[in-house]
Design a protein around this ligand. Structure first.
Ligand SMILES: O=P(O)(O)OC[C@H]1O[C@](O)(COP(=O)(O)O)[C@@H](O)[C@@H]1O
Ligand SMILES: [Mg+2]
Ligand SMILES: [Mg+2]
Length: 340
């Protein structure tokens, strides 16, 4: 090994050491968050392994096929949900779980209860599974007061009250992006070590970007400001170059690219879906939290996304998030519409 590689080795920071370092800055901390997070990371590693085998489903019997033992196997999104529910409950640090896959919230039994409420989308972008395109897991964490008997009100809170949010992207590499409210950091799984290593410290989104990301197939149903904004991306009035369009159709992957390269991701309301498509608690909030922590913005078309107060655990909202200046432009168009 050469000297540069040797030096890099000594800089290796695993996600566990990173969170332990953060914990030591809070002397009152009991280490509960570190334990919770290590179980979330474990869940992600498990799902990552299953996703990597998805293409072999017909051979080994994942994803609704029958395996060599003749046992019926679970679909990947159901399996991912089971993995996360088990990982979260067995951490002993959760009291309420809200998953995209479960109609009702799960209240953890008192003997296994802790002080965190976790909202999550166990497998995001599931329509992309069969073609091997990047998918992911999204999560957000609220802290619940020790003394109270948890109710749904603990999760029907504005996103700005989350204590942490993140996602794991199962792509060409497996990437875990986390914010505990003090910036955003990205970790990449080294499959040979089975460890997430800090590879993207203190991520900051560029102030303005060159990419817009939206399902343009819905354009005929868009409202005026969204249509005008996308038109401006393609035909800028200020003489600048048009933006490029990139759309994967997995929120995790589209937001990850936006975070690293800058630009804007939008899933607006339209005439057919007046509340948009994406779910407030486990899609809109965690991604908005990360965007703000990275110096970007997240807007619903009416307000700052993180100020929304959801009334239902599966509520939806339109969302525009990304580079500060790009979202600012969308906000100006909606403000102008409101004045009409
Ligand atoms: O296919 P559309 O309408 O463009 O929707 C894409 C969006 O739907 C989602 O796939 C919904 O997520 P799920 O796979 O978790 O249901 C987002 O990841 C993505 O941004
Ligand atoms: Mg999703
Ligand atoms: Mg999902």
């Amino acid at each position: 090994m050469d000297h540069a590689a040797e030096a890099n080795r000594t800089d290796l920071m695993t996600i566990t050491r990173f969170v332990l370092n953060e914990q030591s800055r809070h002397p009152e901390s009991r280490g509960d968050f570190t334990i919770l997070l290590s179980n979330i990371v474990l869940g992600c590693k498990f799902v990552c392994t299953a996703v990597n085998k998805a293409g072999l489903a017909k051979l080994i019997g994942l994803a609704g096929e029958t395996n060599v033992q003749g046992e019926e196997q679970k679909k990947l999104d159901v399996l991912s949900n089971d993995v996360f529910v088990k990982a979260l409950i067995s951490s002993g640090r959760t009291c309420i779980l809200v998953s995209e896959e479960d109609e009702q919230a799960t209240f953890v039994e008192p003997s296994k209860r802790g002080r965190y409420a976790v909202v999550f989308d166990p497998l995001d972008g599931s329509s992309n599974i069969d073609c091997g395109v990047s998918i992911g897991t999204i999560f957000g964490i609220y802290m619940v007061k020790d003394s109270i008997e948890p109710t749904l009100d603990e999760v029907l809170q504005p996103g700005k009250n989350m204590v942490a949010a993140g996602y794991c992207m199962y792509g060409s590499s497996c990437t875990f992006v986390l914010s505990t409210g003090a910036g955003v950091n990205g970790f990449t799984l080294d499959p040979s070590l089975g460890e997430f290593i800090l590879t993207h410290p203190d991520i900051k989104i560029p102030k303005k970007g060159k990419i817009y990301s939206v399902n343009e197939g819905n354009a005929k149903n868009w409202d005026g400001p969204t249509a005008k904004y996308v038109e401006r991306c393609k035909f800028p009035k200020d003489g600048s170059s048009p933006k490029s369009l990139r759309y994967i159709g997995s929120m995790v992957a589209d937001v990850h690219r936006t975070l690293l390269y800058g630009g804007i991701f939008l899933y607006p309301a339209d005439k057919k879906s007046p509340n948009g498509k994406l779910r407030v608690l486990y899609e809109v909030f965690p991604m908005s939290f990360l965007m703000e922590q990275a110096g970007g913005q997240a807007f619903t078309g009416k307000q700052r996304a993180l100020d929304l107060v959801p009334k239902d655990i599966h509520e939806r909202s339109p969302i525009f998030l990304g580079s500060y200046e790009d979202v600012e432009e969308v906000k100006a168009l909606y403000a102008a519409e409101d004045k009409k």
